[in-house]
Ligand binder design. Structure first.
Ligand SMILES: [Zn+2]
Length: 385
């Protein structure tokens, strides 16, 4: 079977319109065929309705201790964006490769696929794995089940490089996050009879104001050394949407809003969830003293662990060696890196391209970044040899 260059692989990957809401099986079928055609062992983790699959691939000797290259197959939609090129074809112009996903993150995936084939062809003493997830762009929900399947189908890897765009710099930490859809269920009465009803809006406001109070308290504290690198250097609690009520003179029966928490490494997301839920139950108890059927319903719609900078981390040491990057970077966006770390892998982020180009119309990857990625993979192969 013909060996493709990283660039040829990227061209193929971009042609599959793997928007998160749609199936990614075209891409997975092609990639599995290509990798297994070169002797790389491939496995799938299927989602529930089998419309999507994650691809797990293993190159080199069948033993533990692999280095994992991690990426996601899905991309964000192009709907409503004005593109000057076809988003599903890589177009080269002015030293840039335009196309949806070139930056986030099919560029890295193409480099990784090339590296696996080379590892298999040349022979390496340390195995190299690819973990290609789905549903990353809709809240990193595809990686945890994929990582569980990896433990069953391939020998356990020890370190993971998550190739999200970092301009090939080393990123050792990011905030985690959790989010809730909140539905406050009150009781309607004429507003002149206010104390006999329960205004879902006014009760919801108590919860929102508690978030304000906690934000003020967090901002006033001295940041921990772990948090100090972040902007802002503390956890933030936010309400981004609210809706409720029907008239100025009726106590609102319903109020809906969404709460998002961005949690600095070193603080526990389950602790924050418990603290939030405890406050919800207090407010709900007071509402029920007026009307027993009043309630606050919570629907936790996402949860992504933070990436905690490691002490003497293996992944960090390796990437420092390969890139010569001696700085320490943290980012404000969430990735699958925290999920790998939680599963026992040493994990860092390092990938080509700039996050500023991700999700944009006319998304592009600079060719110089793609080339820096190729050099990185070449050094990586030498390190695995
Ligand atoms: Zn991404």
């Amino acid at each position: 079977m013909q060996v493709l260059t990283s660039r040829q692989i990227l061209d193929r990957l971009v042609m599959f319109p793997t928007v998160s809401r749609d199936s990614n099986l075209g891409l997975i079928d092609w990639l599995e065929g290509y990798l297994s055609g070169h002797g790389v062992r491939c496995f799938r983790h299927w989602n529930e309705d089998r419309r999507k699959a994650a691809l797990i691939a293993h190159a080199g000797p069948w033993k533990a201790g692999a280095l994992v290259l991690s990426g996601h197959s899905d991309v964000v939609p192009v709907d409503g964006q004005s593109w000057t090129t076809d988003p599903w074809t890589v177009s080269e112009r002015d030293g840039r490769l335009y196309g949806r996903g070139t930056c986030d993150m099919k560029g890295f995936v193409a480099l990784a696929v090339r590296a696996l084939v080379e590892a298999q062809r040349r022979g390496v003493s340390r195995p190299l794995q690819l973990a290609l997830s789905y549903d990353e762009e809709v809240g990193c929900t595809g990686a945890p089940p994929m990582i569980r399947t990896m433990q069953e189908v391939v020998p356990k890897g020890s370190a993971a490089i998550i190739g999200e765009p970092s301009r090939m710099g080393l990123i050792t930490g990011h905030k985690g996050g959790t989010g809730y859809h909140v539905h406050v269920k009150g009781h309607e009465v004429h507003s002149s009879l206010l104390p006999y009803g329960v205004s879902a809006i006014m009760e919801g406001a108590r919860l929102i104001d508690w978030l304000n109070d906690v934000n003020a308290e967090l901002q006033a504290r001295t940041p921990t050394p772990l948090a100090a690198a972040f902007h802002p250097p503390f956890t933030t609690l936010h309400v981004g949407m609210i809706r409720g009520g029907t008239a100025h003179n009726i106590t609102a029966a319903d109020c809906h809003f969404s709460v998002e928490m961005r949690v600095v490494p070193g603080e526990s997301i389950p602790d924050w969830e418990a603290r939030f839920e405890a406050r919800v139950r207090e407010i709900e108890a007071a509402m029920r003293k007026v009307r027993p059927e009043a309630a606050i319903h919570l629907d936790r719609f996402f949860g992504v662990p933070g990436l905690q900078p490691e002490r003497n981390g293996e992944a960090e040491a390796l990437v420092r060696r390969l890139t010569g990057d001696n700085a320490t970077g943290v980012v404000s966006y969430g990735t699958e890196a925290g999920q790998f770390q939680q599963a026992g892998y040493s994990a860092v982020i390092c990938g080509p391209g700039d996050i500023a180009q991700a999700h944009q119309p006319d998304e592009y990857l600079e060719i110089s970044q793609f080339e820096a990625g190729q050099q990185f993979m070449e050094r990586l192969l030498e390190a695995l040899a």
